[in-house]
Design a protein around this ligand. Structure first.
Ligand code: ADP
Length: 692
């Protein structure tokens, strides 16, 4: 290990417990909750195995009036829930780490749609639409009962082995609702002055401490206002950092670990597009100045030098991480072993959050094994040796899918893998996407794989060679994997319109595909329409690129907001504000159906005819698989004559999808290439409730 990083491996005492080092996986959602105990346990345990000294499960609602369905939390309402979560504590302990549980109550933000319990809040107020009705103003019996529930949950957590229990106060949930002078309009002893507004929090901390403080470290999570000025979701107005620092001083004796979050969730989990690594550091430092207790804070840290520097500066005691710990559960081990170039750096694209929030199953663009530890038995660092490593494999196309497939085959011991790419560089669509404004860190997907590919003796990378079907048949490979990806359509085919759009011809000077724009084709005049029916990063990226060069850019989108997918990655509002500042105009809910010389035509949200004058259009409508090579080869006789015993297709060549899914596809095929029918994913283990 580099001596400069030794500070990261110092033990840290928190209350009655000692963390073995300064790497701390903060609580974060996974979609597994207490309903999938083995999936949860395997997902967390691999981080402990990789060297994280503290590993937490996600938020754990303490009672049925914090029912989060359809979101999945680690409910700890009763002993049966607790036993399910105890499986994680045990699995984390097996690798010498401490296990933490984030005991939680959402107050007015808990939908309670499944439990039908009334929502609870300090006051009957709301600042936004409350689907399903308003909350009940908590009376003294409610306050006492929630505190009893908190203590009961803490006891259960302790009894099943958790070392750290949280009194979760961040993100605008019940504790913050009490603390906020805007949300808390009470006139009793729980409202009014800061001391009164903080009373519910402090009393709960004291009660939990009395119950389990001898056995467990008591952590609390706070939100201080950041650049977004808002410490929580649900439209809760900001609590000024000075008020939060006053609370920290009041509660310091009751707390063993301060977990500091900053601003709204989109700021706290800020993406690499808009926040640099370590962006929360100044705010955490403010908390550190007023407490005698250890402080943890996140900041998408992936650089060991920066981590060590932040600790030395006194801003934090522990390096908190959610996303980097997902991208590389073995980051601490790699630092101790001096294998810094092996660290799979987080891209900061928040695909983990999109997957967890949208599909209730976390996943990672960089680490295809994330969330697959139990159900598929995948491990991020170990790759079962293949039965026959001597079979030669030709992979055509070095995009995300092809690169990942080659890496995993190489790690499985294959001795003759050829990854052949038509372009001079590997990377596929990321070659140009990483060069779009703000997307540079997405290039880490290529960079990590390039390092791996160069190290694997069994893998050869050949660039600048486009293979036709005859070339593949003559290549002499036993197995062939087609990973030729996708391209953006230039014919204007879009959702609801399966026929080409009149005038859509990227051979014309005024019609561009995103790839053409990125390769340097430029509109013949200043007024450019970027037409988006895709809804993610490509249209905003191309729009900003052209605006930066002085073009007058308008994004016309069929959606009611620009880039709705970016709302799932927490970037939507920032992206829209960013493009506004970059001078890009946006027109919503509008469909383009024809391109003429000097104008585009279509209809608006009401179906009325619409047109706009412009000098050029960039079509970001749909991708199409580049699948002809596969179909030309899929002739059993020709394959057999060429000695090819298996032909497979992965990634966008099968169907255009998110980059994370293309990587998953390549990874899965390489893991299962020994299966009876590798083209079909093997069944995976599912956790189901017993019918009894
Ligand atoms: P995916 O995400 O599925 O990996 P991409 O479209 O990002 O797909 O990447 C596909 C890659 O395949 C591109 O780099 C492209 O240049 C390459 N490719 C496509 N056809 C051929 C071919 N016939 N021979 C070699 N490389 C090819």
């Amino acid at each position: 290990m580099d001596a400069r990083h030794a500070i990261l491996f110092e033990p840290v005492r928190i209350g009655p417990k000692t963390l073995p080092n300064r790497f701390y996986q903060v609580p974060h959602a996974s979609g597994f909750g207490s309903a999938k105990p083995r999936t949860q346990a395997a997902f967390r345990a691999v981080k402990a195995e990789g060297g994280w000294g503290g590993v937490c499960v996600e938020y754990a609602p303490i009672s049925q009036d914090s029912d989060e369905i359809p979101a999945i939390g680690a409910d700890i309402w009763d002993d049966r829930d607790a036993r399910a979560l105890g499986v994680s504590a045990e699995a984390i302990h097996a690798h010498g780490a401490l296990a933490g549980l984030e005991l939680y109550h959402g107050g007015w933000s808990s939908p309670n749609g499944s439990s039908r319990a009334v929502r609870l809040a300090p006051s009957q107020l709301t600042s936004q639409l409350q689907w399903g009705g308003l909350a009940k103003e908590m009376d003294s019996a409610d306050i006492a009962r929630v505190q009893r529930d908190w203590v009961g949950a803490a006891r259960r957590a302790r009894d099943v082995g958790f070392d750290i229990v949280y009194v979760y106060g961040a993100h605008g949930y019940l504790m913050t609702q009490f603390l906020s002078a805007h949300a808390n309009r009470r006139t009793d002893g729980y409202g009014g002055s800061l001391a009164n507004r903080g009373r519910f929090w402090l009393e709960t901390l004291a009660a939990v401490r009395d119950a389990v403080g001898g056995d467990c470290a008591i952590a609390t999570r706070i939100a201080v206002h950041g650049d977004s000025g808002v410490p929580g979701a649900e439209g809760l107005p900001g609590i000024h950092i000075d008020d939060m620092l006053a609370l920290v001083k009041m509660a310091d004796d009751l707390v063993d670990l301060w977990d500091v979050t900053v601003g709204s969730w989109p700021e706290d989990s800020g993406t690499s597009r808009y926040y640099p690594e370590g962006h929360e550091r100044p705010w955490a430092h403010r908390v550190k100045e007023v407490t005698a207790k250890p402080v943890v804070s996140v900041g998408r840290y992936s650089s060991p030098d920066l981590m060590a520097e932040v600790i030395r500066s006194g801003a934090v005691d522990l390096i908190g991480s959610a996303r980097q710990a997902i991208a590389d559960p073995f980051l601490p081990r790699k630092i101790t072993e001096g294998r810094l170039d092996e660290i799979r750096e987080c891209t900061g694209s928040n695909v983990c959050i999109l997957r967890e929030e949208t599909f209730n199953h976390v996943g990672c663009v960089q680490n295809a094994t994330a969330g697959e530890e139990y159900r598929r038995g995948w491990h991020p660092e170990s790759f079962p040796a293949a039965a026959d490593t001597g079979r030669s494999v030709l992979i055509v196309g070095a995009g995300p899918a092809g690169m990942e497939c080659a890496v995993v085959l190489g790690k499985r011991g294959f001795t003759a893998v050829h990854l052949v790419e038509a372009e001079p560089e590997i990377g596929g669509r990321l070659r140009w996407a990483r060069r779009l404004p703000t997307l540079g860190n997405w290039g880490r997907i290529i960079d990590w794989r390039a390092v791996q590919l160069a190290r694997l003796p069994g893998v050869q990378v050949i660039t600048g060679r486009r293979l036709a079907a005859a070339d593949v048949l003559e290549y002499g490979a036993d197995l062939v994997v087609i990973a030729t990806g996708s391209a953006w359509r230039g014919d204007g085919v879009q959702p609801g319109y399966p026929d080409p759009m009149p005038g859509a011809d990227p051979g014309l000077p005024h019609v561009l595909t995103p790839e053409q724009a990125c390769a340097g084709k430029r509109p013949p005049g200043p007024r450019v329409v970027v037409y988006d029916t895709d809804g993610y990063y490509v249209a905003p990226g191309v729009a900003e690129l052209l605006a930066a060069e002085g073009f007058e850019v308008t994004v016309i989108t069929t959606f009611s907001v620009l880039s709705p997918v970016s709302d799932q990655t927490l970037e939507g509002d920032m992206l829209r504000a960013h493009l506004h500042r970059a001078g890009v105009s946006v027109s919503h809910a509008t469909t383009i159906t024809g391109i003429g010389a000097g104008s585009v035509t279509g209809h608006d949200r009401h179906g009325e005819p619409w047109s706009a004058a412009c000098d050029a259009i960039v079509l970001v409508t749909q991708q199409v698989s580049q699948g002809t090579l596969y179909t030309e080869l899929a002739d059993g006789q020709a394959l057999a004559a060429a000695g090819i015993s298996g032909l497979y297709r992965i990634g966008d060549a099968v169907a255009p999808r998110m980059i994370s899914e293309a990587i998953f596809d390549g990874h899965r095929l390489a893991r299962e290439i020994d299966a009876e029918d590798p083209a079909q994913p093997s069944p995976y283990r599912r956790e189901r409730a017993d019918p009894a």
